[in-house]
Design a protein around this ligand. Structure first.
Ligand code: FAD
Length: 503
């Protein structure tokens, strides 16, 4: 095939990819972004770009015949999932042996489908996880830069205390307070002024219309509206969609050679393309980047990559759980999809947990308090190359997940005891499953900063190859991860543009 040229190529358009694209474009470097998902800017027959969780269609999930929502059932009935036509939908669930991982697909990556929670970790824990990074500089410069660019804001507390849309949060807060636990407001990138107008009936509903994991039609400042819009605005950045990078190798002249499959909306490969560039930035996320690098090392394309490429992977200690409230403690038929509060027990060194109070926005009273717990699970797993599938396997086991479950259970047993309440057994598919131990939203690691890369994301054992995404984070960051990923990418770009690309 003909070879296209760009000075820099960025693989993936999530947080890491978007930051790289903007800062390269601003530096006047001709940059091409390759994204395997589609661009989400065209309304379907119903006039909407994305579908809601209540009525999923082909736009919901990445090439499926049936949706695979995180809550598999309600009262043990499979009322949640629907048959759909295979299509490059916005949410993917990637299955490994004992863990499946939700990721976003499309221009904007995870920002299209996530809950928008924009949390900065405590400085002490950040320093513990990244001992070689100057934490003072991160908290003084790069975290504020990331939050400003991402459009982070916080719900108005007066409105929060009175609106029906956050009754579910207030009910969960009361239960936590009864157990002596601390709760804290969690910032978000969803525009809360817009949400208040939704509630007042003066704006089209999105967060208040069950839109989230299959995309938000309004209100959310996803990356296509922030970093990526600014990147395109520089005039130096182009984005090619529905192109999946399969292979990276070094050309004879020392430049990078990439091979990518271009698919159509049925998933058929319509063209295999080649690209040549001087600088290569990997922003395919923990799964995408780890796979590309493990494959490159273990097929012999880049044999000098560090042995720690593929290692240090974790789920951020994720586990979901539901509690049943008393009949008088209602959670409300109307629930905003954007979480705004967490139970913060991270300082409890015997059992650190940070649990988001999650909505169950299905339009009727359920009395369910749902949570996404982030636990300090120290388990780590590795990706290994599988030549039979030319893909990777992930060594995460059920025993690894059991550590997260045990930590979350300690916290929620405490809450149940203090409130004389019980768990819900009907939410996660099989009978009597209380804790979701087989999926996660926060894949982290696989190319850990300072291990498989230098302290600025430069991949060891080669040159002009950079990682800017969640694979840099060593398996756990204690809070929802995208602010940290964005801030680390800002730090890498600030350094690399000065030291590596100067003429
Ligand atoms: P991603 O955002 O995953 O972007 C990677 C991109 O690269 C994707 O678009 C992918 O399609 C593309 N790609 C991958 N491989 C290739 C390839 N070979 N060729 C071409 N393109 C490729 N985090 C929070 O902080 N707060 C939240 O509230 C929150 N809620 C979440 C809810 C859900 C349902 C999910 C799935 C995640 C949530 N997360 C949340 C996690 C957050 O979205 C991720 O941590 C974040 O998106 C990771 O950023 P990234 O840059 O590493 O990669």
């Amino acid at each position: 095939p003909a070879v296209d040229n760009a000075t820099a190529v960025v693989v993936g358009s999530g947080y890491g990819g978007a930051v790289a694209a903007l800062r390269l474009g601003q530096a006047g470097i001709r940059t091409l972004v390759l994204e395997m998902g589609r661009l989400w800017n065209t309304p379907g027959a119903d006039g909407k770009i994305f579908c809601s969780t209540a009525a999923p269609d082909q736009r919901s999930m990445w090439f499926r015949t049936r949706t695979e929502a995180p809550l598999a059932s309600f009262l043990w009935l499979d009322v949640v999932n629907k048959d759909i036509k295979p299509y490059p939908g916005a949410l993917d669930r990637v299955h490994f042996d004992a863990m499946s991982v939700y990721v976003g697909r499309g221009v904007g990556g995870g920002s299209l489908v996530n809950g928008g929670m924009a949390v900065t970790p405590s400085q002490a824990y950040f320093a513990e996880q990244f001992p070689t990074v100057d934490a003072t500089e991160m908290y003084g410069t790069y975290f504020p830069r990331a939050r400003a660019m991402l459009g982070v804001n916080t719900v108005d507390s007066t409105w929060f205390e009175s609106t029906e849309w956050y009754r579910f949060t207030r009910t969960s807060r009361k239960a936590a307070t009864n157990a002596g636990l601390k709760t804290t407001f969690v910032p978000n990138v969803y525009d809360f002024d817009y949400m208040q107008r939704e509630a007042a009936g003066t704006a089209t509903k999105s967060a208040l219309a069950q839109e989230v994991i299959y995309g938000n039609n309004y209100g959310k400042r996803s990356l296509d509206k922030t970093y990526l819009a600014a990147a395109l605005g520089t005039g130096n950045v182009t984005v090619n969609t529905l192109e999946k990078v399969k292979r990276i190798e070094r050309a004879a002249d020392g430049t990078w050679l990439l091979t990518a499959d271009r698919i159509d909306v049925t998933g058929t490969v319509v063209e295999t393309k080649q690209y040549n560039c001087t600088y290569l930035f990997l922003g395919g996320g923990s799964l995408g980047t780890s796979e590309l690098l493990v494959r490159a090392r273990d097929t012999g394309a880049l044999p000098d990559l560090d042995a720690r490429v593929g290692a240090g992977w974790g789920t951020n200690g994720n586990t979901m759980v539901g509690r049943a409230n008393h009949i008088w403690d209602t959670t409300g038929a109307n629930q905003s999809t954007m979480p705004v509060m967490g139970i913060d027990d991270w300082a409890n060194t015997a059992n650190p947990v940070f649990a988001e109070i999650a909505p169950l926005p299905i339009g009727f009273e359920t009395w369910v308090s749902l949570y996404l717990a982030i636990t300090k699970n120290p388990s780590r797993a590795s990706f290994t190359y599988d030549s039979a599938s030319d893909g990777v396997k992930l060594g995460w086991t059920a025993a690894h997940s059991a550590v997260s479950v045990a930590m979350a259970k300690k916290l929620f047993d405490r809450i149940n005891l203090a409130n004389a309440t019980i768990y819900r057994y009907d939410l996660f598919g099989s009978t009597s499953k209380v804790f979701a131990d087989d999926f996660c939203y926060h894949p982290l690691g696989g190319c850990v900063l300072g291990q498989a890369t230098d302290d600025y994301g430069r991949v060891k054992g080669t040159s002009r190859l950079y990682v800017t995404d969640g694979s840099l984070v060593p398996g756990n960051i204690g809070v929802n991860p995208f602010v940290t990923i964005t801030a680390l990418a800002e730090r890498t770009m600030a350094r690399v543009l000065v030291e590596d690309t100067a003429p």
